[in-house]
Structure formats: C-alpha cells, structure tokens
Design a binder for this molecule. Structure first.
Ligand code: UD2
Length: 459
C-alpha cells in the first residue's frame, strides 16, 4: 500500500473500494505529481461511484405509469387574445430587466469532426459565424430592442472552458459588454471501465466526464451565478442548448405565460415529425408530476401509440428550451448538490498506458436537466414550430446536420422577408440575416431591398 503523510485515510478508503490500481505509476511520480493525484482522488465519492456501477449491472427501468402531458397549442391565428396578452406581459418583463439567457455549452464538437467547444463551431449559411456568435448577437439585439441589458450565462466544462473564454475574448464578446457575460465550468464526474474501475488519463490523473446538463442547476449556484442574478434583479432564466442556432432565446410569449400561470418551469414543445425522432417526450405521471422521458427510454408501444384521429399520443417533443424561475433553482439547489439521477452511457474511453492511449469500453454518468422538471410545483408547456425554433447541429451529415441546419436557417429568414412583404428575388438561394438586424420578422425594415444574388447576407 502506498504511503503519504496526511492522506492515510484516503489511501485506506481507495484500497477498500479496490481502486488502488490508480497508484500503478506511483514510483515514477514526482512529489508534485503524487500530491496532485491524491488531491484529485480526494474529491471522488467512492461510495456513490460503487453504487452507480452496481446500477450499470442491473436492468435499468423507469416509471412508465404515465400519459402524455397537456400543453398549450400554438394558435393558428397569433392575434389570439391569450397569446397576445402573454406576449405583452413578457415584453414588459424583459424591459424591466428581469430576464437572463443561459446556454449549456459543456460539450465538444467531436461528432462534427471539430475538436473544440461546440459553440465555437462555425456554421451559419453565408457568413460562417460560430454558434456562440449567433447566440451573442441575438442577445445584443434583445438588449437593443428592449432597452435593457440581458445578461448571458454560459456553462462550459473543464474540457472546453479555456477555449470558450478565448473564443469570446478574441472576438470582443461579439459586441456584448463583458460585464454582462458570465462563463463558468460545470462539475466533472469520474468514468468507470467495464469492471467498475477508475480509468487513468495520465500517470497521475483519472478520466472524468462533464456531469451532464443536469449539473447546470448546481453549477449555477456553486459558481455564484444565482447570486449575481439576484443582485441584478433577474427572476427568470431562459435555458437553451448551444447547438440550436434558431432558438428564440428571449421569447416574450413563453415568458408571459410562465408568469401569468405562475409556473416555476416552462418548456417549449414541438410536434414530433415521426415516432422515433430523437427528442424527449413530455409526460405526466399518475401522481400529477410532469417531466420528460428521453426517446431512448420511451417504451416502444408508447412511442408508436396513436390517438383516435391518427396523431401520435406522445407527439409533443422536448427541444430542451426551458424557462426556470430563479427562486425555483435556489429552492431545489438549497442543499447545494441537487440530487438528480445519473443516466449511464456506454462509451469508448481513452485509457492511458505508457505506450500510448488505448480505447476501452467504459461507462460515463450524466445528469439530465429535465429530471428537475417534476420538482416544480407548477410547470407548463407551450407548442412551438420546428421551422421557427429548432435547427440542431448534431451530426456531420444527414439528419440534424450542419447542412440541414443551414437550410432551416435560410428558409426561416426567407419566411421573415415574405411575412414583411419584402421582395425576395428568385435568384436568392441562400439567405442569412444578422441577428443584429432582426430576431423576428417585425424587426426587418419594410421596403428593404434584397440583392438578386445566389447567397445574400443582410447585416
Ligand atoms: C438533447 C435531449 C433531447 C432533445 C435534444 C434536442 C437530453 C438527454 N436529450 O439530446 O431530448 O431535447 O437535445 O436537441 O437532454 N451539455 C453540457 N454538459 C454536459 C452534457 C451536455 O453542457 O455534460 C450540453 C451540450 O453542450 C449541448 C446540450 O447539452 O448544448 C445537449 O447535449 P447532447 O448533445 O448530449 O443532447 P442530445 O442531442 O443527445
């Protein structure tokens, strides 16, 4: 057994949990390296990890005693009284400076073949702006439109924090004041190999993965972000994912409904295009709690279940757009670590050997943000349209790819132009409108001229 003054208890525990292989290279480590390994191991919750590994060996099951959750359908005619009332309420709320934007951006662009923060991936159809630039420019536009700063909270992870900060600094925060942009990393959790052992990522460190977007609620507290919001009088946080360039980040209608209905969490739903679409389903359990069941957990019979009119029973899909009340996050994280369940993903993981890395089978553990939804005293869901708010960039090609996202963006901008009665020359194949010009059709100046070129950027 290795020895190190002051760490006897820890070393004993590591041996008891049969994880002492982490000391394999102990004799080759410098004093500093030994200390850093021990410090890292100090933060590991060995008992919880053992419990998580046990779960990987059992057949995981979820409570399937649920039906579809009710939602507020999007009216055919947007002059609908309730819709307009919500919009007006929401606009006043934004103008009062009570809304902040929050993006979860702890992931890398690996699936796109890009080894950097996913948010720094450049993809807009004409200008090739990064996802972060698109989001930041929208937030700048909201600030201009509503005459108030909309603070931008960005959750990164240890894997990409430094590169994300650099992306914002190099680009001068895309026109935002840096005092209104808050970047903070989420927590990390060790991964395990197929036998439940910690995995070495070097001679003196263990492999960890970000703890999932469900870790964001705890990270908001531990990073001081919640405190900052309170200081600024923010009561509503608009949560979204970094990979969706058409997200309507600050939506007065959703904000209005959220407050009028006194919800703690409000979410956007779109009608699934087909039963197996890779979005979560909104459900209501027998005891009245509402939440989301991920597509991979939805039992097949429910996935394909149909209503009498032939529509899918579980049609409303979650696109990971939520409004959280600040007080709700404060309440559920008041014990500091919000105990949401961990979901297990079987992954190939790079394990250190002195001859180089080898890929092994392992388990990564992640929390999902939507598991916090059932903790809300009141939640609501409103329908939105795919073509207006959902163009995810997940894959290098095919479904939810860069190409499909660019097409959706261009189509959306063209629809804004038409809605405004602006002439769109036939020659225009691809159109991009800078968020600084418009985040909604009504922002476009009537009488605007669009050049008859194949690719047009309005900026
Ligand atoms: C998510 C949803 C799915 C649907 C879809 C819409 C889950 C489990 N699934 O699927 O139901 O709504 O999105 O696009 O939520 N992230 C972090 N830290 C982490 C892990 C993820 O910040 O530790 C961020 C990541 O940068 C990205 C977002 O969370 O912005 C989504 O992550 P994903 O790509 O793993 O989610 P996906 O596409 O499987």
């Amino acid at each position: 057994m290795v020895q190190y003054a002051g760490y006897d208890e820890l070393i004993k525990k590591i041996c008891e949990f049969k994880q002492d292989h982490v000391f394999k290279y102990w004799n080759e480590l410098t004093e500093g390296e030994r200390k850093s390994l021990l410090k890292e191991l100090m933060s590991v919750d060995f008992a919880s990890l053992a419990g998580l590994f046990k779960e990987t060996q059992a057949e995981a099951g979820i409570d399937v005693d649920f039906g579809p959750a009710p939602f507020i359908p999007r009216p055919k005619n947007l002059s609908d009284t309730a819709w307009q009332k919500a919009k007006a309420f929401g606009e006043d709320h934004i103008k009062a400076g009570k809304v902040a934007a929050f993006v979860v951006a702890g992931g890398q662009g690996s699936r796109l073949g890009y080894e950097g923060p996913k948010g720094a991936y450049t993809m807009s159809p004409v200008k090739n702006k990064s996802l972060f630039q698109i989001h930041a420019e929208k937030i700048k536009k909201y600030s201009m439109k509503y005459g108030v700063a909309v603070p931008f909270f960005i959750m990164t992870s240890d894997v990409n924090h430094a590169a994300t900060v650099a992306h914002f600094e190099e680009n001068e925060y895309f026109g935002l004041h840096n005092k209104d942009v808050f970047l903070f990393p989420q927590n990390m959790i060790p991964s395990l190999d197929a036998n439940g052992k910690l995995i070495l990522s070097s001679k003196n460190s263990i492999f960890k993965n970000p703890d999932g977007h469900g870790g964001s609620l705890t990270a908001l507290r531990t990073s001081g972000a919640l405190e900052e919001m309170k200081k600024r009088g923010i009561d509503t946080l608009s949560y979204f994912q970094v990979d969706n360039p058409t997200v309507n980040i600050v939506d007065p209608v959703l904000i209005g409904y959220h407050h009028i209905e006194q919800a703690e969490v409000s979410s956007k739903a779109l009608i699934k295009a087909y039963p197996e679409e890779k979005v979560g389903s909104f459900v209501r359990w027998k005891d009245g709690r509402e939440g989301v069941v991920e597509y991979s957990d939805l039992p097949k019979e429910k996935m394909f279940e149909k209503n009498a009119d032939g529509s899918l029973t579980y049609a409303p899909g979650s696109i990971a757009i939520h409004l959280f009340s600040r007080e709700y996050i404060e309440r559920i994280t008041s014990g500091r670590e919000l105990s949401l369940p961990f979901h297990v993903a079987r992954k190939k993981i790079k394990s250190y050997t002195p001859e180089g890395f080898i890929e092994i089978d392992g388990f990564k553990f992640e929390k999902f943000v939507f598991d916090a939804l059932p903790l809300a005293k009141k939640s609501l869901i409103i329908e939105c349209l795919r073509e207006e708010e959902f163009a995810p960039v997940k894959n290098a090609s095919g479904i939810d790819s860069v190409e499909s996202s660019q097409q959706l963006m261009s189509d959306l901008y063209k629809s804004w132009v038409r809605a405004r009665g602006i002439v769109l020359p036939d020659a225009v194949k691809v159109l991009e409108i800078s968020p600084i010009v418009a985040v909604a059709p009504e922002d476009l100046p009537v009488g605007m001229k669009i050049p008859a070129e194949e690719k047009v950027y309005i900026g």
